[in-house]
Unconditional design. Structure first.
Length: 158
């Protein structure tokens, strides 16, 4: 019943400690700032189970803080229920997309539309690269991409 009047989105990357928690936090902030946060349920998750329970990468948190965004997200792996609960599953790269489509194919009542978050980027940067092995600048790039994509997504789905 909680989900009935809401649009439900799940942001996904490989580990749920860099890109997807940034996307989730950006979505949350944008929805809040636009006064539509009560119309959305926003979460994030991972295709892998490596970091379950972990907080986001410190560099990602620092990047969000720099833009006055907080998150208390803990990493979790995507579940079969997610495919039945979420309207949109937005992932960061082709490997996430392959993994998610494979998982979704084993879920009978999957209703989630699975797509690349980058498909909403007005600058056509389709892939949001994993900044994990990169620098602070790479986290900033992810943040900027998420801002552009989330804004376009919200405009299209509001």
């Amino acid at each position: 019943i909680f989900y009935m009047a809401k649009k439900v989105i799940l942001c996904i990357c490989l580990w749920n400690i860099c890109r997807s928690p940034i996307a989730e936090a950006v979505f949350q902030k944008m929805a809040t700032d636009n006064g539509v946060v009560d119309k959305w349920v926003i979460d994030s998750g991972a295709t892998s189970d490596w970091n379950t329970g972990s907080t986001p990468d410190a560099r990602g948190l620092a990047c969000l803080r720099k833009h006055v965004i907080e998150t208390d997200h803990r990493a979790r792996q995507v579940t079969k229920e997610d495919f039945m609960t979420f309207d949109h599953i937005l992932c960061m790269d082709e490997s996430n997309l392959r993994d998610l489509n494979k998982k979704a194919s084993s879920v009978k009542n999957s209703k989630a539309k699975i797509e690349l978050l980058g498909s909403y980027d007005p600058e056509k940067q389709l892939i949001i690269q994993d900044p994990y092995y990169g620098s602070d600048k790479d986290f900033e790039t992810v943040y900027e991409q998420c801002v552009r994509c989330c804004k376009a997504f919200l405009e299209q789905h509001s």
